[in-house]
Structure formats: C-alpha cells, structure tokens
Design a protein around this ligand. Structure first.
Ligand code: ATP
Ligand code: MG
Length: 445
C-alpha cells in the first residue's frame, strides 16, 4: 500500500475525550471513529488489525476442531423466553420491535440460538462431540461505555458452544478451549492468564476468565507471580487427547489466580510473600461449562447408546475480538505510539523514502516494495512529499514492527536502514539482505 493513496487520517492533537492510552492511540493513528457512545467505525488501519486478530482466532479454533458458522445479529425474543433470559437479562439487552410488532433483540450472546440450531438437526449421540462457533457483532447496552473499543456497546466477539453427551466430555471441551485460547493470545504477542471467575448471567459452575495484566484494566485480580512464568510455546497438543488438554489446564490453573469475585483471602495469604500480587487486568476471554442449563428447558436432547433421550452437556466460550486491539496496545506501546506484535500488525513493514522524487531513492523503494510483495508481505510505503521527521513520526505512531529507511546517502554505499520499532535499534544492510531478514522473522511466527 502506498501511503499517498491510502486513507490514514492521523490526528496531531491528543483527543481529550480519551482517558486511556490505547483509546488515545487508536484515535490518533486513525484506526477508529466514534459514531455514537460505544459504537465505532473501523477505519482502514483499524480494520486491518481487526481482521488479523479475527484470522488468528479462526485458525486456532479450527485447529482445535471447532466448526465455524454465522448466526444473525438480530434474534427473535421468543427463543429467549424459552430459556427465561428475556426477562432476566435486564437493560443491557437492546430490544427492538419490527413492523409486525414482533419482539426482537440485538444479540448480546448466542446460547439460545445455537441451542435451537442444535435441537433442530442433531438427534443421536453418534453426532457428538460437536463444537460450533462464530465471530459476529454483539450489542450490550452498557451503562458506561468507555475506553474506546475496550468497553463498547457494539463489539465483535468470537463465541463458541460445545455439545457433549457426558459431563466428562464437556469438561474435555472446556480444557480444549482453554488450550486453544492460550495459543490464540500467545500468537498475538499477549500473555493472558486464566483466572477462576464468576459466571454472571451466562450461569454455570466452571468458568475461567483470561486476563491481560494492565494498570488500566477494569478487573481487580489476585495471583501468584509464578503463573506469569508459564508459556504454552510451540508444544504439540493433540486436541483429541483428554489427558494432554487436562494437563495443560492443570499446569495453568493450579497456582492461585482469581478475579475479585472469587478471591479467597485465606488461600491468597498462603502464597509466599514475595510472590503475592494484586493488580488490574483486562478480560479478553472467558470459558464456561454450564451442563444442561439451556439444553434442558429448550429440549436439546440426543438418544444415547441405551436408547434413552438425554439433554446434552454444554459450555460456551468467548473471545473479545475488538477488545483485544485495546488490550494489545495497552500492553505494547511507548510515548511515541503503538508497537504492534508481528502477529497482528496491520502491515509487516514500513518503507520510508527520505527523498521522494530522487530517481535513485524512488527506484530503490519500488524494488523493495516488489521484493516484499513477492514474499507475500505487503509493505506500507510512505511515498508522500513530506519531511523525514513527519514520516518517522507517523511510522512510530502507527507502530509497524519494522521500518526500512531509504535515502540517497545510504544508497551511495549500497545500503538501507532496517529499524526495529520495539528496540529502536537500526542496522545498515544491502536492500536484498534487509528483505530476507524481515521475511525470515515473519516466516518463523
Ligand atoms: P465484562 O465483565 O468486561 O463486561 P463479560 O464477562 O460480560 O465482560 P463475556 O460475556 O464473558 O463478557 O464476553 C466474552 C468476551 O467479550 C469478554 O471476555 C470480553 O473480552 C468481551 N466483551 C464483553 N463485553 C464487552 C464490551 N462491552 N466491549 C468489548 N468487548 C466486550
Ligand atoms: Mg466474561
């Protein structure tokens, strides 16, 4: 993408309405525009990151064997009357009446609808286990939308639902989701710690939230600092193996880590002094096992191998796709702007031409551009007639992890400069070597 032809409305001033750094930076970098309280347009740069995050979520869900579909945003109220949640959900639910006076709602979540789909088609235990998920806009009429996309009213969420014959199988689905979520967040360059939580209006016994530690987080959390040393890394996991998934779940959840709702002073005090932490965190996901809470009232049953009709065991599992942009920026920025982890960056590399219009510099940039495209990496090329300082400031603000600077002086010596946004360290390299270096980093993600 050539910046001269792109739509990147960066702001010079710091927007006064934004209270936290991720919100400020997303506005300044031209990623989002507020259209109403808690409702945003995704401008091209923000949209690219949203799609990157969505892509990682899809890949990791499908790696775990979960099947994508797409349910609508608007739902009939009658489904929610069956589960009893139409009255229970309260003012967060946006209720709509259509022209025929039918009660509708903008879905805040999809347990009822997925249960309806399941009961309409699946009749036998032989069709289990089954996990269906979608990534779709949700609406919750939050009393205090704030912090930009972090607490919106309209927001983008992955929600998945498992259907199993037995509690044992459903707990495997729970563990499998936990593992797939850990991998998802690590690919985004994030550490999200599973913490025992409270189930709220979804209902259920077993639930963990995934929290990114950040001072601006809305949740109060308590944990043993040893949990922050654990990583999933590149280990091979067989998602069908109950034992392997359980072992990972136990490894990540046996140390004390809880949100304030489930916090237990006595257990917390038992942690050695130097490892006892209380902090703030951003909730970027949650998994639930809730048994037959929806399948029983809504008649989602299968015939088991004894010929008996039994309600299925279910769980639901959510990732805050749009909230993740804010969480990643909270965890990864400096005073100049965003620092995107390679896994989610809108463009893998930026090219800065120090002397636009200089035949040699222009040609070198064009060649770099082509070389990156040939490797499947689309650079953002700043080809505007601007001063170098302005170009650097824009690149630093929008946070691409790698920048290649091209100028007549370097080209005389046959080199360009490759700079890491994270460390600020620059290296002079022949253009083809610089391309190789960057390509290698992305190939190894
Ligand atoms: P919260 O406690 O932050 O209100 P929740 O527990 O009600 O969230 P869930 O039903 O668990 O939310 O939804 C799954 C995920 O969707 C959450 O972990 C969070 O990352 C994201 N999410 C929830 N509400 C919002 C919102 N208003 N704006 C953006 N993302 C949200
Ligand atoms: Mg939650």
């Amino acid at each position: 993408m050539r910046l001269s032809r792109y739509f990147l409305p960066v702001l010079k001033e710091t927007p006064s309405e934004a209270q936290i750094v991720s919100h400020r930076l997303m506005l300044r970098a031209g990623m989002i525009r507020q259209q109403a309280a808690g409702i945003y347009s995704w401008l091209p740069l923000g949209f690219r990151v949203l799609k990157r995050i969505e892509q990682i979520v899809h890949e990791e869900q499908q790696r775990a064997g979960h099947i994508p579909l797409l349910m609508p945003t608007l739902q009939p109220a009658d489904l929610w009357r069956e589960s009893g949640r139409y009255d229970d959900y309260g003012e967060e639910m946006l209720r709509i009446t259509d022209r025929h006076k039918r009660d509708m709602l903008y879905g805040p979540t999809n347990e009822e609808m997925i249960t309806d789909i399941f009961r309409s088609y699946v009749k036998s235990y032989k069709d289990l286990p089954l996990t269906l998920y979608h990534i779709q806009w949700k609406f919750r009429d939050e009393i205090r939308p704030r912090f930009g996309v972090m607490r919106g009213r309209e927001f983008y969420m992955k929600d998945g639902y498992n259907f199993d014959l037995t509690k044992e199988d459903a707990l495997h689905a729970y563990n499998r989701h936990l593992v797939s979520y850990l991998r998802t967040y690590e690919r985004m360059g994030l550490q999200a710690i599973p913490m025992r939580a409270d189930s709220g209006p979804i209902g259920g016994d077993d639930t963990h939230e995934f929290l990114v530690l950040a001072d601006t987080g809305e949740s109060e959390v308590f944990y043993d600092s040893k949990v922050t040393d654990i990583r999933l890394g590149n280990r091979e996991i067989d998602y069908d193996s109950h034992d392997q998934c359980r072992e990972v779940m136990e490894e990540f959840t046996s140390l004390y880590a809880r949100t304030d709702e489930t916090h237990d002073e006595a257990a917390f005090d038992a942690i050695p002094d130097e490892r006892r932490r209380s902090a703030r965190g951003i909730e970027v996901g949650q998994i639930f096992y809730f048994g037959t809470k929806y399948s029983e009232p809504m008649g989602a049953t299968v015939v088991n191998d004894q010929g008996e009709r039994v309600p299925v065991h279910m769980g639901s599992h959510g990732i805050g796709v749009s909230r993740l942009l804010g969480a990643i920026i909270e965890a990864s920025h400096d005073d100049k702007g965003i620092i995107w982890p390679e896994g989610v960056t809108p463009f893998p590399v930026g090219i800065v031409n120090l002397k636009q219009g200089d035949a040699e510099a222009d040609a070198a940039c064009e060649n770099l551009y082509k070389a990156f495209m040939a490797k499947g990496l689309e650079p953002l090329y700043d080809d505007r007639n601007e001063r170098a300082g302005g170009k650097f400031a824009t690149m630093d603000l929008i946070g691409l992890p790698w920048r290649i600077t091209v100028g007549p002086r370097g080209l005389k010596n046959g080199v360009v400069e490759l700079t890491s946004r994270r460390t600020g360290v620059s290296e002079e390299l022949a253009p083809d070597v610089a391309v190789e270096r960057v390509a290698e980093i992305y190939a190894n993600l």
